[in-house]
Design a protein around this ligand. Structure first.
Ligand SMILES: C[S@@+](CC[C@H](N)C(=O)[O-])C[C@H]1O[C@@H](n2cnc3c(N)ncnc32)[C@H](O)[C@@H]1O
Length: 339
């Protein structure tokens, strides 16, 4: 790590913490809460301060283990941590132990972003790694070995980058001369490729970096599988709370919560449903979401794109929502390309 952990602890602000705690609606009854994205542990710590909560936390990043172990020592009967991806939620949560709330706070933590050795930040001058943890490839592998067509699809579709073609052409040209292994090399290639900066508020590298990070960590696949497993595991009447940061995440969550809620008929009129019954995993959902307060935005500008959505589970028995996975197959196929 390039930055001393203690100084990072001071700058770590869990996004929309008050809203998450209020949405959990902790009552006098015992509650089991799953924090699928432990990160800095902000949500888990706050939730453990209630006398009747138990928290099970997950994170794919092994660098959080020591922080989680400290919390396990402090709350031995109330807190357990697993270094696991949330697509494997069903391996951890036992069927008979149904959670009251399952929380996802998507994306990167401040710790990951500010650790320049991990190559997530375009301010880094180190290796382009971008692995969140339990990943099988690095961004360096992707940039240096993937074919032109797949690389274009990743940057265009996952990054929603309009100038993907030129960026990829320049990556291919550069890598035939010399391996691209540092963030600085990649940043220079992107900067030289961009004709215009359409959105002056965001860095020209943001979209390409987002695309590579999503591909390396199969983030869309994780999100879709995580949502499906959460709806299977959460208690009837329980909640799924999810905080998202970009438009692809938003699109997937909005579609799932809206189309599988009781305010909609079948997600697709072409979709066959078992026994002709509507698939309504969730109570009425009208795409309501919360955003950070003006005070939070001043304290933590990085929270500006956060959207917090909550879905409340009905008591309809779970059946696999194949239509949902099919709907976003485009992203899943891109993330499944092997290198
Ligand atoms: C935005 S941070 C969470 C911050 C946390 N809510 C807090 O209060 O400190 C996201 C965390 O989720 C983890 N993560 C991202 N995708 C994951 C996945 N598919 N499975 C498990 N953990 C994941 C990341 O490694 C990161 O530590």
């Amino acid at each position: 790590m390039n930055i001393i952990t203690s100084s990072l602890e001071k700058t770590h602000f869990p996004v929309m913490l008050d809203e998450v705690i209020q949405t959990c609606l902790i009552t006098n009854k015992d509650q089991l809460i799953i924090d699928c994205t432990f990160g800095g542990g902000g949500y888990s710590k706050a939730l453990l301060n209630f006398s009747n909560t138990k928290v099970i936390a997950l994170d794919r990043d092994k660098s959080v283990i020591s922080r989680a172990q400290n919390l396990e020592k402090k709350f031995p009967n109330k807190f357990t941590f697993y270094n696991e991806k949330f697509s494997n939620l069903d391996k951890i949560i036992k069927k008979e132990n149904k959670p009251d709330v399952i929380i996802f706070d998507l994306g990167l933590s401040t710790f990951q972003l500010q650790d320049y050795s991990r190559g997530f930040s375009f301010k880094s001058n180190q290796r382009i790694d971008m692995q969140m943890g339990l990943s099988t490839i690095s961004a360096e592998d992707v940039i240096n070995t993937l074919d032109e067509k797949s690389l274009k699809l990743i940057i265009k579709i996952l990054g929603e980058e309009q100038e993907a073609n030129r960026i990829v052409k320049n990556i291919i040209r550069a890598r035939t001369l010399k391996k691209i292994n540092t963030v600085t090399q990649l940043v220079k290639i992107i900067e030289a490729s961009k004709k215009k900066n359409y959105n002056k508020k965001i860095n020209v590298c943001t979209k390409t970096f987002q695309a590579l990070r999503m591909f390396v960590n199969k983030e869309t696949t994780e999100l879709i599988e995580g949502l499906i497993k959460a709806s299977k595991l959460v208690k009837f009447g329980g909640k799924i709370i999810i905080i998202s940061f970009h438009s692809i995440e938003d699109k997937i969550i909005k579609y799932y919560f809206t189309n599988y809620s009781s305010n909609k008929s079948n997600p697709s009129r072409y979709m066959p449903t078992e026994n002709n019954q509507k698939t309504t995993f969730f109570k009425k959902y009208k795409n309501n979401f919360l955003t950070p307060s003006p005070e939070e935005l001043i304290k933590n500008p990085a929270s500006r794109s956060a959207k917090l959505r909550t879905a409340v589970r009905t008591d309809q028995v779970f059946t696999f929502p194949k239509e949902f996975a099919d709907k976003f197959k485009k992203y899943l196929d891109i993330e499944n390309v092997t290198i």
